[in-house]
Ligand binder design. Structure first.
Ligand SMILES: [Fe+2]
Length: 135
């Protein structure tokens, strides 16, 4: 039987892959949004938490910055960011600790890339959040 960490990792990867096929807008009817995966528009049980949990995506040419405006402390912090492309591939990820000063990660897009960008951010207390944008 897989441990909890392996289960969460594989479950979330499957959820992201499912959403990549449709985009978040079409997936709004999915039972995953607002129950397993949270967005600024689908906060579920975490209403009022979107400002400090939905990751922000800043595009500056090929440089992508993901920021989660969340306080960082050893007991409550952002655990991880990922940046996912249209084909479902993970361009990069960054794991944080509670002693990191902020949850910010930077990525470099493949040359000429256009399509969807999905940023994910996982809080150790408030679950898995996503934000998407198209470039
Ligand atoms: Fe949190």
């Amino acid at each position: 039987m897989p441990d909890r960490r392996t289960f969460l990792k594989s479950s979330l990867a499957s959820a992201v892959a499912a959403l990549m096929g449709t985009g978040l807008a079409q997936a709004a009817e999915s039972s995953l949004l607002g129950s397993v995966i949270y967005t600024a528009e689908h906060t579920g049980k975490w209403a009022q938490k979107e400002g400090s949990h939905a990751p922000e995506i800043n595009v500056d040419g090929a440089k992508i910055t993901i920021r989660t405006n969340h306080p960082m402390s050893p007991k409550h912090f952002i655990v991880r960011h990922t940046l996912v492309l249209s084909d479902g591939s993970v361009l990069g990820s960054k794991t944080f600790s509670g002693t990191d000063p902020e949850a910010v990660s930077i990525y470099e897009l493949p040359k000429g890339y256009s399509g969807m960008l999905i940023a994910t951010s996982f809080c150790n207390l408030h679950d898995f959040w996503m934000t998407e944008t198209r470039i």
